[in-house]
Design a protein around this ligand. Structure first.
Ligand SMILES: [Fe+2]
Ligand SMILES: [Fe+2]
Length: 270
């Protein structure tokens, strides 16, 4: 038997499951139903609580809390993996770097350390924006882009170490600062958040173009890594642009450039 809980708002079955109109089931509303709520929450994250009846409201609020908790746990997990474990299922091909002179190795290693720091920052920007995104589709896009770029982290770390240097010691600083910037960009609204993605990726593409000019011609592996990363960044830029990215004001674009310049300048050495 189903109990109607409000006009067009849903029904609670005897087994404690809630159904919304058209037989849409949103999960077990019993005390142990958190797992199912988590599994179903994204489909209904945009149901406005204000219009829900009194019986439905606590359930939707629980879904929101679960979603937020999920995001926070995911962000903490991402931070730890980004900073302390180079993820990525694709490995960099073993390369013969013996043709590089000592100064070429040093130059390549520093550039790849800068790129690794940039990828740490990128993971944090995506996560910060996802934490405050209102549109579940935007949040999904951000988390998808972060997952797609996990390989970049691993590639850059592997190349930096193969060339005899270590990744930036200031990783936690890059992550924390970028998480805050990403959240601030996201709080401005979803269209601005997409605009921020597009502008970030555009600037990253320019930055990588500069690295392709500066990387030694003999360092074919680092060059291949940078080219592949550039293709992924451009794809993320175009996806954001095709989904309604707002054009950012010049002052914001210049501020982003200045922040990136500080990070890349420091990460060359630390
Ligand atoms: Fe990347
Ligand atoms: Fe990116």
């Amino acid at each position: 038997m189903l109990n109607q809980v409000g006009e067009d708002q849903g029904e609670v079955a005897d087994d404690g499951r809630l159904q919304l109109g058209q037989g849409l089931e949103i999960g077990d509303v019993g005390p142990d139903g958190a797992g199912q709520l988590l599994a179903e929450q994204r489909r209904f994250a945009d149901v406005p609580v204000a219009v829900a009846g009194p019986e439905v409201r606590p359930i939707l609020e629980r879904m929101r809390e679960s979603s937020l908790l999920d995001l926070f746990v995911g962000t903490a997990d991402s931070a730890l993996r980004t900073l302390f474990h180079a993820p990525g299922g694709t490995t960099v091909p073993v390369s013969d770097d013996s043709r590089l002179t000592a100064s070429e190795r040093d130059r390549s290693a520093r550039l790849m350390r800068v790129n690794h720091a940039g990828e740490v920052a990128a993971q944090a920007l995506y996560r910060g924006q996802a934490l405050v995104a209102r549109d579940p589709a935007l949040r999904a896009d951000l988390l998808k882009a972060a997952a797609e770029e996990e390989d970049h982290l691993g590639w850059c770390a592997a190349r930096t170490r193969a060339l005899g240097q270590d990744t930036s010691r200031l990783g936690p600083l890059w992550y924390a600062g970028s998480l805050a910037i990403g959240a601030a960009a996201g709080l401005a609204g979803d269209r601005w958040s997409r605009g921020f993605i597009a502008e970030t990726e555009r600037q990253v593409c320019e930055h990588l173009d500069g690295h392709l000019e500066r990387l030694p011609a003999a360092d074919a592996t680092s060059r291949a890594v940078v080219r592949r990363m550039r293709a992924d960044e451009a794809a993320h830029q175009h996806r954001a642009e095709s989904q309604g990215a707002a054009a950012l004001p010049l002052s914001v674009r210049l501020g982003m450039r200045a922040a990136a310049r500080v990070m890349t300048g420091v990460a060359r050495y630390l």
